[in-house]
Write a protein that binds this ligand. Structure first.
Ligand code: MLT
Length: 259
């Protein structure tokens, strides 16, 4: 598995969204390391470099496979238990990981994600995007995606963030992205499991996120006992890249009380 592994214990595993890669977490990795935490950020979409978590020849990459890959990486790195932090698709993987390996989760951070499964319309939207991606390449979906992923302020005032995210999308492999889209469409509904989550949980959402809006975050926050909710201003879906200082502070405050 291609991944970044830096810093000391306790480990924080950072799971990226779709169609991104582990580089979306660079500010969090540096920040966590600076505060003495070990950060592990796997790539979930293949193919990429030499080793991949997902075989790109597969037509579908399920959340179960991705969560299983994360567990296997933890084994390789001799990590028994970690804080699992996922953004959007990474959040679905975090839910799946919690479902399969609850004893390995020290705490959960759920950013820009949601518990319910897709409805039929959403599944249809995914399959249309897969067709478009495979026909036109990833470029076909890049500009439209950026307008939803980033807040008005980020789009207007942070060209470096826009450029970085665009490049990240453009280097995603269309086959790997298609497989992940199909996997997200078949993910299980995690709603019933929310009331059973018994680890400290932080829910993060961007004030302007049209993809996973505040209502999705409140839904999780209301059902996960003792969870905290952080709403990030001037951010849409990519809270950790759009407002890294605020995101990192929320992360640190959450981690500090785990000891
Ligand atoms: C993501 O950012 O990972 C995706 O928007 C998740 C999704 O399509 O449900």
């Amino acid at each position: 598995m291609v991944q970044t592994d830096t810093g000391k214990q306790p480990p924080v595993i950072l799971l990226h969204g779709y169609p991104f890669d582990r580089s979306m977490w660079s500010e969090q990795i540096d920040f966590l390391n600076a505060h003495g935490y070990r950060a592990v950020a796997p790539d979930l979409l293949g193919p990429n470099e030499t080793v991949t978590l997902i075989d790109a020849s597969q037509t579908i990459s399920t959340m179960t496979e991705m969560a299983g890959g994360v567990a296997a990486s933890m084994d390789d790195l001799k990590i028994d238990e970690a804080v699992i932090c996922g953004l959007s698709m990474g959040g679905y993987v975090a839910f799946e990981f919690m479902h399969l390996f609850p004893e390995r989760v020290r705490a959960l951070i759920l950013a820009g994600t949601r518990a319910p499964a897709d409805n039929e319309l959403e599944k249809q939207g995914r399959s249309e995007q897969v067709e478009q991606m495979l026909a036109e390449g990833i470029r076909g979906i890049a500009e439209g995606s950026l307008r939803k992923l980033l807040s008005r302020r980020t789009l207007a005032e942070k060209p470096e963030v826009v450029a970085r995210l665009r490049e990240m999308i453009l280097r995603a492999d269309p086959q790997g992205a298609a497989a992940a889209q199909r996997g997200m469409a078949t993910r299980r509904d995690y709603t019933a499991g929310l009331a059973t989550i018994d680890v400290p949980t932080l829910v993060i959402v961007g004030r302007e996120d049209p993809i996973r809006p505040i209502a999705d975050a409140e839904f999780m926050h209301e059902r996960i006992r003792g969870s905290s909710l952080e709403i990030v201003e001037d951010a849409a879906h990519m809270t950790n890249m759009e407002q890294p200082e605020e995101f990192n502070l929320a992360l640190l405050n959450f981690l500090k009380v785990l000891h």
